[in-house]
Design a binder for this molecule. Structure first.
Ligand SMILES: Nc1nc2c(ncn2[C@@H]2O[C@H](COP(=O)(O)OP(=O)(O)OP(=O)(O)O)[C@@H](O)[C@H]2O)c(=O)[nH]1
Ligand SMILES: [Mg+2]
Length: 436
């Protein structure tokens, strides 16, 4: 494979930037770039690097001899000063040395192709990087450590063990014997229960990313944008005393405890002839369907208005907030939280209510963070296992039961990547960042 290089740190001014280089022959090129060879592999050295016969930078360098490297190939890393000019000159230097710019995920793809990582471990690399919530980091790291692959491979071997016995039964029946080993049912039943339990402990990454959507709705001028801004801690949405200020959906991200939320401010609802305002209101109403929690913000308890919003938010977790309590409001009932966007009073309680609203999605009981791809392969595998059990119990078409078991196993092979198409690899590695 060709020698590839990439900036592994963001292309932004920083203290240090790191370049990764990998591919056969790169260590020879490294020795040409640095005047004095390093004291050994995996030993950090500091060396001047020259370009166009002038000192480019004095950098930290570390080399790895394949297969004892991330990619499994000879590779090295350069720790240079994090200036944009330095970065750009290193790109020129590496290109002039004949290295190619690495596409996204190239280093991890090579690690997979060289047997350093299973496919799901390669996916976990992205998951660790993508994780913003604490628990997601722990769960992804657990997968990356190889625990998840080990469990999946363990199940695959258990399926094989049962399949060998079923194949044996086929041979018996060929010899005219109808005997079917009764312990097969129990063992397969047992395997299905253990597998079900394992799959139940897997948390779908997609759900983690798309969940925690919170939408602010309410009558015009009730202070939705003000509550939204205070929650964010900065003035994201325009606030004014003119009713109908917010016209569009405004989204922002906030983090509390180990949860991240996407929160949306929306246009206040009222009767209007203004077409744009009406469009904004329609957006707000449409959005209700796709969020997890609706927060209704009000400045008074008008039972008719309150009932309209309750109706809109039905089937959703709905938090009713009374805002502007600095103007009075004591003794007003019918709200889950009472607060003031102006003074901040009541916000601790409000944040706790938001966190509680997602408590049902508790990830602490989960063991692994997995992807849609894994979930659907698990589903197919469980179905095939159950199909096999059904056939065995009826003692009919034992060959088909064996075939079901084969399918169940091959689904697990696909998860760890024993069996993977070029298209699948393309899809997976294109979601990586450059340099990973
Ligand atoms: N006293 C007081 N005034 C507030 C509070 N929250 C908002 N306001 C005022 O109420 C007015 C409306 O606030 P916004 O946040 O723009 O209200 P909104 O619900 O987003 O309004 P629309 O987008 O027009 O529907 C502004 O003049 C705010 O300064 C509060 O807690 N106390
Ligand atoms: Mg507003």
């Amino acid at each position: 494979m060709s020698i590839v290089f990439a900036l592994a740190t963001p292309a932004a001014k920083s203290a240090i930037c790191i370049f990764r280089v990998s591919g056969e022959g790169c260590l020879k090129s490294l020795n040409e770039l640095i005047e004095k060879p390093l004291d050994g592999h995996r030993v950090f050295g500091v060396r001047p690097i020259y370009f166009k016969k002038r000192l480019l930078d004095t950098v930290g360098v570390i080399s790895f001899k394949g297969p004892e490297s991330y990619t499994g190939e000879d590779s090295f890393e350069v720790y240079a000063h994090g200036g944009l000019g330095v970065m750009s000159l290193f790109v020129d230097l590496f290109k002039s040395a004949g290295f190619d710019e690495a596409p996204p995920g190239e280093f991890t793809k090579r690690a997979f192709l060289n047997g350093k990582l299973s496919l799901n471990e390669a996916e976990a690399v992205v998951d660790v990087i993508d994780s913003s919530a604490e628990e997601d980091v722990f769960l992804s790291s657990q997968s990356l450590s190889g625990e998840f692959s080990k469990a999946v491979v363990g199940f695959a071997e258990d399926i094989d063990f049962i399949r060998v016995r079923v194949e044996g039964e086929i041979d018996f029946s060929d010899e005219g014997e109808d005997f079917l080993d009764g312990s097969l049912f129990n063992d397969l039943d047992n395997l299905i229960s253990r597998f079900d339990l394992f799959v139940g402990g897997c948390l779908n990454k997609k759900n983690r990313l798309v969940k925690n959507k919170v939408l602010f709705v309410g009558p015009v001028n009730s202070g939705k944008s003000s509550v939204f801004n205070r929650l964010l801690g900065f003035e994201r949405a325009l606030v004014s005393n003119i009713p109908g200020t917010t016209r569009d959906l405004i989204e922002s991200e906030v983090f509390y405890n180990d949860l991240s939320f996407s929160i949306f401010d929306s246009a206040g609802l009222r009767e209007t002839d203004d077409l744009i305002e009406a469009k904004g209101m329609a957006l707000a109403v449409d959005e209700i369907g796709s969020v997890d929690v609706v927060v209704g913000v009000f400045e008074k308890n008008d039972p008719v208005v309150m009932a309209q919003f309750s109706e809109m938010a039905k089937n959703k977790i709905y938090i009713r907030v009374l805002n502007k309590i600095d103007l009075g409001g004591s003794g007003v009932t019918g709200f889950d939280c009472c607060l003031s966007a102006k003074t901040g009073e009541g916000f601790d309680f409000f944040k706790a209510a938001l966190i509680d609203a997602f408590a049902a999605e508790d990830s602490h009981s989960s063991t692994y963070l997995v992807r849609e791809r894994h979930i659907s392969l698990f589903g197919e595998s469980v179905l095939s296992l159950k199909g096999a059990l059904g056939r065995l119990k009826k003692a009919e078409a034992i060959e088909l039961a064996a075939e079901d078991l084969k399918i169940a196993r091959s689904c697990l092979d696909e998860i760890v990547g024993f069996k993977s198409s070029d298209d699948l690899l393309g899809d997976i590695f294109s979601t990586f960042c450059i340099g990973k």
